[in-house]
Design a binder for this molecule. Structure first.
Ligand code: HEC
Ligand code: HEC
Length: 375
């Protein structure tokens, strides 16, 4: 493009600092920009100035992750609720075995996933689907690959009761939590004034409140969307352009580049059986409508480089291969290897530092605490 305006580089130290003030962008091997005039690590340009049209096109389709998620409907977020939700998230005693916590399958140190094709839960049973990340899940329009839970609160009640996950019963969970004075106090401060604060419903509300803090606003792509024209490498800019021009962004858009709407997996070509197993009909199981056969939520792509393996089947380990499969299945486009590579490099620009999370101290059991099943 002839529009490389050097004024972009002079313009706005303040803007750059505002845009990527959290972390220096990761060093890029192919960065072509000269050293910044002012030595400020936060403002170091990563790539050449993007064409203003590229930035505009991107800003019309995607939004940066805000620094704070909005409060979920009917569940105002308070520090006390978040603290309680964090305890519950890490506590294996919500499961009947006593050892499986939310963090077992959504490991917060590992991209918010478990890193296996399909999750392993109670009694080492294998579930039917890959675990999506909990990071930024608050920005999805509904939860699960098929969108069957309306929000994070509804979602949180699912795994605790699912036989292949935590295999517990709401009344046992309540009895467990009520038996430990540490939890009773924490529920009282999280739900002040409620006659019986320790409940299964409030457990879900507290976990939902904690999950609103599991957001990752510091990706190079966020800095780009906020106006830092140098935040992406030249290859990532080319990948972004391909992502929009080829049509990936018709399904993967918004804050999470996905997570907003449902589409057949295999719009143009049916993916291989291993990638789209015949037995999982996706949203059809939720709506019973023929039109929803093999329909899934467009996967959110934030931090996608850290969340292999891919697809609801979890059978694809390489991000570049996932990109090629998408081109073929959803767009009928055979992506040349260098196009797939550039899109894949762009997807790496969606990786952000994760929030710092102190491991919570969990309340001690009491004599009245139900024992794990089988002991
Ligand atoms: C045994 C593994 C396992 C455990 C334990 C587990 N999950 Fe999950 N989680 C999954 C799988 C698998 C899915 C996808 C299921 C589907 O789409 O049908 C999922 C989906 C989710 C989603 C939806 C994300 C999205 O993008 O749609 C959220 C949020 C979530 N889990 C949070 C939790 C919380 C909170 C807990 C603890 C109360 C928990 N999970 C416990 C495996 C697990
Ligand atoms: C017609 C809508 C549509 C288009 C176009 C589309 N996708 Fe997807 N994408 C989806 C759906 C639906 C899924 C979830 C598939 C599943 O059920 O496993 C998905 C999943 C993915 C995944 C897997 C993410 C994960 O966490 O497992 C990646 C990566 C991806 N898409 C990238 C792309 C790229 C790159 C393009 C353009 C070449 C593209 N998509 C085009 C709808 C679309």
């Amino acid at each position: 493009m002839s529009m490389r305006t050097p004024t972009w580089r002079l313009l706005p130290l303040a803007l750059l600092v505002a845009a990527c003030g959290r972390e220096a962008a990761p060093p890029a091997a192919d960065a072509q920009a000269p050293a910044p005039a002012t030595p400020s690590p936060a403002a170091a340009p990563v790539g050449p100035a993007a064409a203003p049209e590229l930035l505009k096109q991107a800003q019309a389709l995607f939004q940066p992750i805000p620094d704070k998620a909005p409060d979920p409907a009917g569940n105002p977020v308070t520090p006390e609720k978040v603290a309680l939700g964090k305890m519950l998230y890490f506590d294996g005693r919500l499961s009947s075995s006593g050892v499986i916590s939310c963090n077992s399958c959504h490991n917060l140190g590992m991209g918010g996933i478990d890193g296996v094709p399909t999750s392993i839960g109670h009694g080492f049973q294998k579930g039917p689907r890959n675990a999506p990340t909990v990071y930024n899940a608050v920005f999805n329009v509904a939860q699960f690959w098929d969108g069957r839970a309306a929000d994070l609160k509804a979602q949180a009640k699912g795994p605790v009761q699912a036989g292949v996950e935590m295999n517990n019963k709401p009344e046992v969970v309540e009895a467990t939590l009520k038996s430990m004075p540490g939890y009773v106090t924490a529920f009282q401060s999280a739900f002040p004034g409620e006659p019986s604060p320790v409940s299964f419903d409030n457990m879900a509300k507290a976990i939902e409140a904690f999950e609103t803090t599991l957001i990752t606003p510091g990706a190079p792509f966020d800095a780009f969307l906020k106006g830092d024209a140098h935040a992406l490498t030249a290859d990532q800019q080319a990948g972004l352009k391909l992502f929009m021009d080829k049509g990936c962004s018709s399904c993967h858009n918004g804050i999470n580049l996905g997570g907003q709407a449902y589409f057949p997996f295999g719009v143009v070509h049916k993916p291989a059986d291993a990638v789209r197993p015949a037995g999982d009909h996706g949203r059809f199981a939720v709506t019973k409508s023929q039109g929803d056969d093999y329909v899934f939520r467009a996967a959110p792509l934030r931090n996608v480089a850290a969340t292999a393996p891919y697809f609801h089947s979890g059978n694809v380990w390489k991000l570049q291969e996932a990109v090629t499969i998408m081109g073929d299945a959803q767009l009928g486009a055979t992506l040349a290897p260098d196009e797939a590579e550039k899109i894949h490099l762009f997807l790496h620009a969606l990786t952000a530092p994760i929030p710092k999370i102190d491991y919570p101290e969990l309340p001690e059991r009491d004599d009245a605490t139900p024992k794990p099943s089988g002991s």
